[in-house]
Design a protein around this ligand. Sequence first.
Ligand code: DP6
Length: 390
Amino acid sequence: MSNIVTVIAPVNIAVIKYWGKRDEKLILPLNDSVSATFDTSVMCAKTSVSTHPDFVEDQIWLNGKEESFSNPRLQNCLREIKSRAVAEKTITEDVLSWKVHVSSENNFPTAAGLASSAAGYACLVSALAKLYKIKSDVSSIARLGSGSACRSVYGGFVRWHAGSKPDGSDSIATQIADSNHWPEMRVLVLVVGNTQKKVSSTVGMKISSETSELLKHRIQHCVPQRTEEIIEAIKNKDFSKFAEITMKDSNQFHAICLDSYPPIVYMTDISHSIVDLIHKYNDLSGETKVAYTFDAGSNACLYLLKHDVPKVISLIKYAFPSTSPENFITGLSVAKEEINTDILSKLCIEPMGMDMIKYIIHTKIGEGPTEIDSHLLDSNGLPISKIKKI
Ligand code: DP6
């Protein structure tokens, strides 16, 4: 067998949010969720895995720094991969007993609410699955690393089925539509803060499940219908329906955070001023042209169609001025457009202080994890750093 495999894996951002677990250990959610997978050419995690009879212990390096392998989520993923390999009879007992080395990097800020754990665990599990020649669906194994990671195992638009079995075998991700289905769809990630979130998703959703009445209402009465509706909207490429559901679901998720006891606050004043701007712009346009969604952090993720990108960027640049405009946008290139003065006067907005939005990542919908041959481990199984940061 080839004893080193390297994979790049995508970030995904949910449009129907996962918030709350029915099983903490197996990471089984209380509700279905839906997400879009972003292009790995702009944002990705990259992971190399290797196994060799000479390795003395399992070791992992994250962004070049060695971390403990005793993390239970990491252990669960490796154990599950190995038991799948046994069940599928893909490798010998001998190889199974060899230790593994893992080196992983993200090309975007870790733990800034940019779904780094989703990309990271999807990458790790996909790389291990290739190393151990596993053929079956591995979304349920990625789920053991971080719930949202199961959706990064597929490209395009993805649904994570909550499932109902106690062992979690039906809590898997499936693809709704592939990455070419809606080629006009674009994403702008507005990076508001680079700081680590105050309450992790894991802790936050535990507090919400234990204390929020609104969470119970959402799961019973809102998510099932919204999930069906947004899947229809995706299939029919109905942007305004897609956008409306996305925004309502993000707002409801943050309302649940506030309904939790003690309350959890992820959005900041800047996040709220982004929400205001998008609603004003949609009202003025006479149709819903942009959708926002916020995860467990202050950064905004905007979904919009390709032909609206230059105009929306010119508006954001006006409303959130930057001291370094030449570095303000990374990712896909975008045609320069001057702000339309007519729109400005109708919107009645004043620019905020400088650098309230640090930078924007411009990306699109992309494919799932892909194997590449530029490795992060050398022939001795030690880490080498090569990834280009954005
Ligand atoms: C707000 O998947 O990070 O991004 O399963 O505990 O690791 P754990 O949580 P995680 O939660 C993601 C929450 C969210 C919504 C979503 O991605 O659906």
